[in-house]
Design a protein around this ligand. Structure first.
Ligand code: ASP
Length: 293
């Protein structure tokens, strides 16, 4: 909870000191990337071979420009690299080693991403996978182990000009295959922002967020008149039947009205608006039972 509060306060401070909504979401995500408890930046989850491969994405709702990076290993703050892709290149996504090279060229700070806690979690997961003969087959092992750990981070903001922005960053799912790209690097899946509709970001298993393009789905619901809360709930309701996995979403409309919903048990989140003296932290959002499809 402390981490989400600090993130919201730093994003809010950015807005009150003249920053744009893009500056605010970047700042808020950097704060969480620098906090090892989250699955992003320095606290990223480890893949099958015990390495970090991070994804991040950012979108500016005023012009629909977006930047994402996938499977990067070098920068301390992948969200900063995503923003540079958005602002300094003609592209939306850079991936892998060339993206790391771009980070070096742009003089981004590097970091050692493998924390003790993540290494312990990875060793435990590997041990369980190897100990159980049923799980030895790699495809089975991955189905069992490549699960979200629900600490992917995201931020949304609307500034005084009414511009919306969204950002998200992750180490991805624990024990993912090397080279796997998650929803965080896919605009419309991990996050989306459009001044005309709203902004959204999600957490949970990336493969599910990609199949349903969950963040874009939420923005489309807002475009067709649903409130930000109802739109987030509608996205969670979509995840029924065999597709069910624990997910969570936050949303904001262009008037700054906030929504949050989850199918998972845990999703700490926080917000602050102009007339609040400090950020309000919530241990979870409204829990939605997905309908069977
Ligand atoms: N969405 C992330 C991914 O699958 C994981 C998470 O949210 O925990 O890459």
């Amino acid at each position: 909870m402390k981490g989400v509060r600090a993130s919201v306060e730093s994003g809010y401070e950015t807005l009150t000191t003249g920053g744009s909504s893009v500056d605010a979401v970047e700042r808020a995500v950097v704060e969480m990337e620098d906090t090892p408890v989250f699955n992003a930046g320095v606290g990223s989850a480890l893949n099958l071979v015990g390495e970090t491969e991070m994804d991040a994405g950012i979108m500016d709702g005023s012009n629909l420009r977006a930047g994402t990076v996938a499977i990067v290993t070098y920068p301390k703050n992948p969200i900063r690299l995503a923003r540079l892709v958005m602002e300094k290149t003609q592209h939306v996504t850079l991936a892998g080693r060339p993206a790391d090279t771009f980070a070096r060229i742009m003089r981004l700070e590097p970091a050692e991403h493998r924390t003790r806690m993540r290494t312990r979690m990875w060793r435990q997961a590997l041990k369980e996978t190897m100990e159980n003969p049923l799980k030895r087959k790699i495809s089975t092992a991955l189905r069992q182990r490549s699960s979200p750990i629900h600490e992917t981070v995201g931020a949304l903001a609307v500034d005084s000009s009414g511009n919306l922005a969204a950002a998200t960053s992750t180490g991805g799912s624990l024990m993912k295959l090397p080279g796997r790209v998650g929803d965080t690097a896919i605009i419309g899946a991990g996050c989306y922002a459009n001044n005309r509709t709203g902004a959204a970001t999600v957490t949970g298993l990336g493969e599910t967020a990609m199949r349903f393009l969950l963040s874009k789905f939420i923005c489309d619901r807002m475009a067709s008149g649903r409130s930000s809360q109802r739109a987030a709930e509608a996205a969670m309701r979509l995840l029924g039947g065999s597709e069910f996995v624990p997910m969570g979403a936050i949303s904001i409309d262009r008037h700054g009205r906030i929504g949050a919903a989850q199918t998972s048990k845990f999703m700490p989140w926080a917000f602050r608006t102009r007339n609040m003296p400090q950020a309000k932290c919530m241990p979870k959002a409204k829990i939605i039972r997905p309908s069977a499809r």
